[in-house]
Design a protein around this ligand. Sequence first.
Ligand SMILES: Cc1cc2nc3c(=O)[nH]c(=O)nc-3n(C[C@H](O)[C@H](O)[C@H](O)COP(=O)(O)O)c2cc1C
Length: 183
Amino acid sequence: MMRYKVVFASRTGNTELLAKKIYHAIDDPSKDIERISSSTSAFDADVYLVGFWVDRGTCSPEVMDFLDSIHNKDVILFGTCGTGQDEIYYNRLTRMISGLVPGDNRYLGTYLCQGKMPMTVRKRYEEWLKDEKMAARAEYMIRNFDEALLHPNEQDLDCAVGFVHRMLEKCSLSGGRELNTKE
Ligand SMILES: Cc1cc2nc3c(=O)[nH]c(=O)nc-3n(C[C@H](O)[C@H](O)[C@H](O)COP(=O)(O)O)c2cc1C
């Protein structure tokens, strides 16, 4: 019997929302959910669903440490970041963070969506507006910020569930370790 564990880091609640939604969507009683701390075990499940928030272009240090401790498991990643639908950036983040999963695991895939940021960030962009050279960039960042306030929304959460169901199907179909989606 497979055991599933959702673990996550979340500073302002966006990734926690995703984590709880994903946990409830796992259609198996053998499941657990835990916020990552230094005592979070990477031994008590077969499939780890690891949630991160994007911190300066990668995941936060506690997620890095946790990923590093996972061995010989199936690993699914999900996360939120302030940047909206930007395929190139999302691909870069995916490569960067999935690259932290030790190679003896079976990495299945990453789901990313936008998440709201604190108002202090908008205030910073508003300051940039005063500088002519920065104004165009500031307007772009403010538009992105305001869009982020609406996320994660119901659609983001539903897409996360769809993604996890597809990934778990891959786990149960392939059973063995021949599957390798790492790019
Ligand atoms: C210190 C800090 C650094 C961040 N760095 C990035 C970043 O590099 N790229 C990005 O798109 N969003 C960045 N964000 C935005 C967060 O990733 C985003 O708001 C995320 O949804 C927060 O998730 P949480 O609510 O689970 O903590 C940053 C936020 C903070 C507070």
